[in-house]
Design a protein around this ligand. Sequence first.
Ligand code: FMN
Length: 277
Amino acid sequence: MSTTSSSRGAEEDLPPFDREHVLKHTQSPNPSWTYGQKLSETDKGKAWLAGEKEGWTVFDPEKEGSRQTYLLLISGVIPRPIAFVSSISETGVYNLAPFSWFNTVSSNPPTIVIGCTNLPTRIHDTALNIIATKQFTVNLISETFIENANFTAVDTPIDHSEWPASGLTMADSVYVKPPRVRESVFSLECELSHQVDLSPAGSSRATSTVLFGLVKRIHVRNDVLNEKGVVNPALYRPVARLGDISYTTLGDAFRLPRLAWADVGSDVVEAEEAIRI
Ligand SMILES: Cc1cc2nc3c(=O)[nH]c(=O)nc-3n(C[C@H](O)[C@H](O)[C@H](O)COP(=O)(O)O)c2cc1C
């Protein structure tokens, strides 16, 4: 194959990817935090607040324009999980593309949402296919095949499948027709449940098509499942999206319990009374 790494967009002046990083659990950033404690009471917190010296900028999306608003949102709302979506056109073209306006929004009913930005003259093939066939799969991306997945964002003509050049493999789904990505250790088979078209104020043109998917099947590769039957992130090694063309992987993890008023309420009230004094 004659493709050079620069033609694939690799940035060769950066250090190599750290494949050896092992996710470990650490303490939370401020394990001695207690009810009512302000940031100004710790050195790290004070240093954080020192940034306020620079003041704030308030952006009004309507004045800023869609491009700058897009750049701000994708750089600020991070990290975003990526839906690697497999769909099939009405004419039988197998499509694959990544979408990071994506998340799960409900487990009952199990529902995911994907935001497709519409092009001036047409909507993305993925949106077109899902609206036409009502079926798709969402495959989560791990480090080992991010280059393959990133390739599929290429703007192929509508009759040209991204699958062959991606180097990825189709695996049969059990409920929907679009295949799963075999290399993905976590895939969802989905049925379109809702479509919401978004238009800017004063315009009737839908600039964004938001698709809700009802999750009909969840495929998990057994080697990433832990003894509790959930996914072990250290083995899964998922990739997420940052702003611009940056991606990220997981750093370390920490655990913080969710508190119940029944357990902590009296301590909270006591602390509040002490603060008032
Ligand atoms: C990591 C990544 C995330 C992306 N997220 C989105 C997204 O959330 N919404 C969108 O409209 N396009 C997104 N894109 C761009 C689409 O993947 C790209 O336009 C692709 O060609 C769409 O394919 P399709 O026309 O075959 O559906 C993203 C691209 C990359 C590389």
